[in-house]
Design a protein around this ligand. Structure first.
Ligand code: GLU
Length: 603
């Protein structure tokens, strides 16, 4: 995820570009850059850090009526000046900003390098300006060169480009958002409406496969082959004040709704469903062949994702434990040089997790970090890093990063097990298609959820309990953590079978019990839920519509019928929504709950 802006019109483009970048900074803040042109070539200013730093480093204001800008959330290459967008070809004839992931960039880069094109960054994006230049060199006109380059890209992208000496912007979209803004003689292209809302509220959204050419006379929408397509203009009725949240009242709700996209990004290019295999090219073949056990270290929501990953590894036949990073210094199990320690941290800066990671490295373990932030301390210090590509998360309560962490750990578990066995993972035929359709399944859950009704029905309860078994257990813990974090109400998660060993004493008609069914020994979980119900507690079953629990439970939150490895993560989306609506009814400051911070950099 990152923010793109482009502008064509009269007068200098610099100010609207910088304003646009400031309004898009919620999408990424690793680096910022602009390129403008005024008839005497393209001028680029870019650097790592925030838009504010870019602004203060631009000495003589750049002049030009046409320009593009970018605020980056790195996926390929650390957040350095050289990796900042816009990227250009060597002669700065073509400048490009990009949001997304070019899956075939290695192949394109090798081809272009063999033809003498020189690369100066580690990004996937840099292949685009060189590819456009390659076709310009071959005699194509700019529009054709752009189309041809786009046609060769695999992966996801929103791209905006300009060619030196032209008063034109070229843009294309597949899988990443892009919208045109229009105002008398002034046109914008951006990842999101807030970028230009101060200038215009008249917009046209691009659809996947669209290519647009924008100049001072207007916007032309076509498909990749150049056939005209019709896209209707709309007027947005947003208050610029809250535009970063779009149509949502809170970032948390926005981020819950972003999960179909963040999960698609996480798995993009990492599974090969047709071939029935995990394609985690992030690691060399056999990377994990020599390990004999795995320890996860993490805190908070990341700990719940780690527990999920650890159970997935155990189920795949690999010895594994999830440990609280803040307990690690006093309770770490023995380590040897065949131990792999995986640090799970959204920000990559969590102090407790860094301390545990360093201790593990000192004691000789192999280390790996799973994080959202390329270039973070944990990513740099570990032997290997795997990125979840969820984009910035602003709400303090983690939502989309949890689902992406858990999904990536599900993939990693299969990959580790395969390396250890020295053969491709066992039967993934059922899992991979379900994983591919998970974004669509979550879309359905988001559209149909009864969470608002449930939150209303059970408001003013004394406490809220969450139970689950197997992979449903970390989800129960996460459901309760989310609930307490943002509602300030008492909430606890338990392993279903554990209820009768103590917590049942807390159960009354005033304590609703959310029961998560994942398809792993559901009959036992149902029995545990009934034990609570017998004591008067209302039971809310989170399960598919045709599940036996629906007839027994007092209420139902629906999830699709899917693989046990994924069911809990879809159930978790329902629980996120319940927590959100419960907190909203209580009028809590949802994005910034009291006493909490997004990235905990103290021990
Ligand atoms: N893949 C590009 C990069 O790493 C764009 C990242 C993004 O869309 O956030 O620079």
């Amino acid at each position: 995820m990152c923010g793109i802006i482009g502008r064509v019109g009269d007068g200098n483009a610099l100010e609207p570009l910088l304003t646009g970048l400031e309004n898009l900074e919620y999408r990424g803040y690793d680096s910022a850059g602009v390129a403008v042109q005024n008839g005497s070539g393209i001028n680029v200013e870019k650097r790592s850090g925030k838009v504010e730093e870019l602004k203060s480093s631009i000495g003589d204001p750049l002049q030009g009526e046409v320009g593009i800008g970018h605020t980056r959330w790195s996926t390929h290459g650390p957040p350095t000046d050289a990796n900042a967008h816009p990227h250009t070809d060597e002669s700065e004839d073509v400048a490009v900003v990009h949001n997304g992931i070019i899956e075939n960039y290695t192949e394109l880069k090798e081809r272009l390098a063999a033809n003498g094109y020189e690369f100066t960054s580690d990004t996937d994006t840099e292949v685009i300006p060189h590819l456009v230049q390659y076709y310009l060199d071959a005699g194509y006109d700019s529009e054709r060169a752009f189309r041809q380059a786009i046609d060769e890209l695999e992966g996801s992208y929103a791209v905006t480009a300009m060619v030196s000496g032209e008063h034109v912007l070229y843009a294309a979209r597949r899988g990443s958002p892009l919208v045109v803004g229009m105002e008398d003689g002034e046109y914008f292209l951006a990842s999101d409406v807030p970028a230009f809302l101060e200038y215009t509220d008249s917009v046209i959204y691009l659809e996947d496969g669209d290519v647009v050419v924008v100049d001072a006379d207007g916007v032309e929408f076509t498909d990749l082959e150049g056939n005209p397509v019709v896209r209707e203009p709309e007027t947005v009725e947003w208050d610029p004040e809250q535009a970063g949240k779009g149509e949502y009242d809170h970032f948390m709700l926005k981020e819950i709704h972003e999960q179909p996209t963040s999960l698609s990004q996480a798995i993009e290019g990492r599974i090969d469903s047709a071939g029935g295999r995990i394609a985690l090219a992030d690691f060399e073949p056999g990377t994990f062949a020599d390990i004999d056990s795995v320890q996860f270290v993490a805190c908070g929501t990341s700990y719940h994702a780690a527990l999920y990953g650890s159970l997935a590894l155990n189920q795949a036949g690999v010895q594994s434990t999830a440990l609280l990073a803040n307990e690690y210094s006093v309770s770490a199990p023995p380590i040897d040089d065949d131990t792999l320690v995986i640090a799970v941290t959204q920000s990559g800066e969590t102090a407790d997790t860094l301390t545990a990671l360093r201790q593990a490295a000192r004691e000789g373990a192999d280390t790996l970090t799973l994080t959202n932030v390329v270039g973070s301390t944990a990513a740099r210090e570990a032997d290997d890093a795997l990125f979840i590509r969820a984009g910035p998360e602003i709400g303090v309560a983690a939502t989309k990063t949890f689902s992406s962490q858990a999904v990536m750990l599900t993939l990693l578990a299969q990959r580790i097990a395969a390396d250890l066995r020295g053969e491709p993972p066992a039967d993934l035929e059922a899992l991979l298609p379900e994983l591919e359709s998970m974004p669509a399944a979550i879309d359905d859950v988001l559209a149909e959820s009864a969470a608002t009704t449930i939150a209303r029905r059970y408001r003013n309860s004394e406490a809220y309990f969450f139970i689950g078994r197997g992979l449903g257990y970390p989800v129960a813990l996460e459901g309760a953590l989310k609930f307490k974090e943002i509602t300030y109400e008492h909430a606890e998660g338990f392993a279903s079978g554990e209820l009768k060993h103590g917590p049942l004493a807390l159960v009354t008609p005033e304590t609703p019990v959310f029961a998560i069914f994942t398809g792993e020994e559901d009959e036992k979980t149902l029995k545990n839920a009934e034990e609570a119900q017998t004591r008067g507690a209302p039971v809310i079953a989170v399960c598919p519509d045709d599940h036996p629990a629906v007839a027994v439970a007092d209420d139902h939150l629906s999830i699709p019928d899917t693989e046990p490895d994924l069911a809990g993560l879809i159930a978790n989306v329902q629980l996120q929504l319940v927590s959100y609506h419960a907190a909203d009814l209580l009028d809590r400051p949802i994005d910034k709950p009291r006493n909490l911070a997004k990235s905990v950099t103290v021990e």
